[in-house]
Write a protein of this length. Sequence first.
Length: 179
Amino acid sequence: MAENSIGIQEYLQSYIPDLVAKRLAEKPVADMEGTVFKLQVTIKGEKSLVFGITIKDAREISVTEGAVDGPMLEVVLSEDFIKPLVDLASSFTGRKQYDAASQAKGTVDFEIAMPGDWTMPVSTVFNGASQPSLKIMGASADLAKVATGEMNGPMAFMQGKIKMEGDMAFGLSLSNIFM
């Protein structure tokens, strides 16, 4: 894990609310006054964690440890599923990653092989550009190691742990984001 990594609890109680609040401030949702959306998230793992997420008026978000009364939606996730997301979020710790991400232009479609023999598709667009495009495929554990700097991206590609299709030059230019 990255030296400045965050845990699942901090990810859910701090990082996600800050991200959602920022997105809602940038793009408010109309006609949501008087609404309350309640979500309960259970993380199953070595130690199960339960969090309640409440969004009021599509403007205010709060996350509390423990169950929420009357959730509209309950989500149960494996720690193996959310851990790579937490690791990825905590890997962006410096100006080098920021500069690389701000200069990247293109799309990346990830096919992340998850424990339990299923694949999670994730599409990303850097700075609004649809081209060049790249598909990156790999196991969640290997992609998390690359994201946190535990594994060198080009080396993982050469060893066959990560596969790429599409614009390889674009793919190599992204290595600065994760190193």
